[in-house]
Design a protein around this ligand. Structure first.
Ligand code: NAP
Length: 540
């Protein structure tokens, strides 16, 4: 439905509205200010942080190194923030984001505890009217929905979820008041993705019994922990802008300081064994080889990781069920933990592989599989998110001719360069579908996309303020381009994962992550801008 209220230039409240205050949102507000645009920010949480505000489950941390998972736009911020750990925990990352928001002086621009319920484009004025959960209406010229790709929790699709009489928690919305005490409790955990893998070892420290309901086994490789290397910190602080520039030249948007330089397929047998062991013991396995996603290299790396995983679990039945035999490394988002697999060596931790004994229903007393009823006091759902389109569909968005985003994406996400959708002029979507997204470093992506968005806005401001949206041809091309790269990545299309919407029953299957590499992505964005947006339509 289109606007209940027609808008005109006279109604304009501010140039830019930014929704969300995670990595992208905070930086977007700062960028708007730098460019002399008037702005308002909205955040449904009570503080900044986005993902790092909501996901406070035990063990929540970032499995990407802190020096990678940080901003580089401001050298003082890089100089003045000390990470306590090579891979920081949730509390520290949330504190970091607050520190950055304070430094950028954007906290007063954000209305907290405020959801955006609708966003309506007016063809008459070219402006957007945004309505909040407090029924405030604000009219802006540019709308930036920095609402995250993984911010709309998936409702567990299991019979009887509401009948359980014990306590229920979601990793994606863990109580923030630190009142959850699982000491001596019989806990069931559903889900073994990145969140489950981090939460399970922590929960096992106090619970009396832990039953892990695993639908699909995942690759689990070591993660870094311990203090940051002071030499590395010194190098990063020397010239943050050079680091930022160099990161955008890599495949995954990671600082190039310790990305593996070797090509697996160019090594002989002894060299491969040496390099794999070094990757396992010291570096970060997903980044160890430049050719890790060529099929032959990927198959060998997958086998190596499976072997290493088997070694860590004493009971061979459990070990075999924890190993992902069904998909290659990288087909789903790999998990990282130094303690997850060993947790299954504890006598009170039990694996329930749903491939053999699926859940039939949740009852008042626990979880019933095809084999038995497992009595529980607490159920923890680490069941993931309705990724990318979920957060967007939670807002009633309507563009040209009143077409809603839900209608526009009926057959799955469609956009150009991962940021704009045909029929929704001046609506910008960082971390959306078909951007490098989670196959890259999300912090680098946030900076790159927000730079591109605000450079585009600058261009529009300097060219008579036309409205900008991509052509349908560009969208079709971009979907094909994304698909063509996905076809080359082992397991991308054959593995059931949230990357393609396969975790949500009924969701259209579209591979939603651009895996052509960060460098290529950045170049494509900026060639559009340099050439005056040939892939877009400009509405005068
Ligand atoms: P996820 O990866 O989607 O994992 C959800 C888990 O729940 C999967 O094991 C899934 O099984 C299972 N599941 C879902 N519905 C189920 C059902 N009805 N019955 C049984 N099992 C069910 O979600 P996540 O662990 O929250 O992670 C999401 C993403 O967040 C990650 O991929 C990553 O990008 C990001 N993340 C990052 C970090 C970090 O350290 N950087 C930490 C946490 C999360 P199937 O696999 O069979 O679907």
């Amino acid at each position: 439905m289109n606007s209940e209220k027609s808008t005109s230039e006279l109604d304009l409240d501010c140039d830019v509205i930014v929704v969300g205050s995670g990595f992208a949102g905070i930086y977007a507000l700062w960028q708007a200010r730098q460019r002399g645009l008037s702005l308002r920010g909205f955040e449904r949480g009570s503080d900044v942080g986005g993902t790092w505000y909501w996901n406070t489950y035990p063990g929540a941390r970032c499995d990407v190194e802190s020096y990678n998972y940080a901003y580089f736009f401001d050298k003082d911020i890089v100089r003045d923030w000390d990470w306590s750990d090579a891979c920081a925990g949730q509390e520290e990352i949330q504190r970091y984001l607050r520190f950055v928001a304070e430094r950028c002086d954007v906290l007063n621009d954000i209305s907290f505890d405020t959801k955006i319920v609708s966003a309506v484009h007016s063809e008459e004025s070219g402006l957007w009217t945004v309505t909040t959960s407090h029924k405030e209406r604000i009219v802006c010229r540019y709308l930036v929905l920095a609402i995250g790709a993984l911010s709309e929790p998936k409702t567990p699709d299991i019979d009887g979820v509401d009948t359980f009489s014990g306590d229920t928690y979601f990793t994606s919305n863990w109580p923030k008041d630190h009142t959850v005490d699982l000491t001596g409790k019989r806990v069931g955990i559903v889900g073994t993705g990145s969140s489950g893998v981090q939460a399970i070892p922590e929960i096992a420290k106090t619970a009396s019994e832990v039953h892990v309901f695993q639908r699909t086994a995942n690759y689990v490789t070591p993660t870094r922990s311990g203090p940051m290397d002071p030499d590395l910190v010194a190098k990063l602080r020397k010239d943050p802008h050079a680091v930022r520039h160099a990161s955008r030249e890599t495949y995954g948007g990671h600082t190039p300081l310790d990305i593996g330089k070797e090509r697996f397929l160019e090594l002989d047998k002894a060299g491969r064994e040496r390099a794999l062991s070094e990757a396992w013991d010291g570096t970060y396995v997903p980044l160890a080889f430049r050719d890790a996603y060529l099929p032959e290299a990927n198959a060998a790396i997958s086998d190596f990781i499976r072997g290493k995983m088997l070694e860590q679990v004493n009971d061979s039945w459990t070990a075999n069920h924890l190993v992902p035999w069904d998909h290659p490394f990288g087909g789903k988002r790999p998990c990282m933990s130094n303690v997850y697999l060993q947790t299954y060596n504890l006598p009170h931790v039990h694996l329930v592989p749903l491939s053999e004994t699926p859940i039939e229903r949740i009852t008042t007393d626990g979880i019933e599989t095809t084999e038995e009823l497992i009595p529980l006091d607490v159920i923890v759902y680490a069941t993931g998110f309705d990724a990318i389109s979920g957060p967007l569909f939670a807002i009633d968005i309507s563009g040209i001719s009143g077409k809603s985003i839900t209608e526009a994406w009926e057959d799955g996400p469609a956009n150009y360069l991962g940021t704009m959708v045909h029929g929704f002029p001046n609506l910008f979507l960082p971390s959306s579908a078909m951007s490098p997204s989670v196959l890259s470093n999300m912090a680098t992506l946030a900076e790159q996309q927000i730079d591109f968005i605000f450079d585009s806005i600058d261009w529009l401001e300097n060219h008579g303020r036309p409205l900008l949206h991509p052509s349908t041809e560009s969208q079709n091309y971009w979907r094909e381009e994304t698909l063509s790269f996905a076809k080359r990545r082992p397991g991308a299309l054959s593995t059931k994962s949230w990357y393609s919407g396969a975790n949500i029953p009924g969701k259209p299957r579209v591979f939603m992550v651009y895996c052509g590499g960060f460098k290529r992505y950045n170049e494509k964005c900026y060639s559009e801008l340099m050439d005056g947006f040939p892939g877009y339509e400009l509405i005068p």
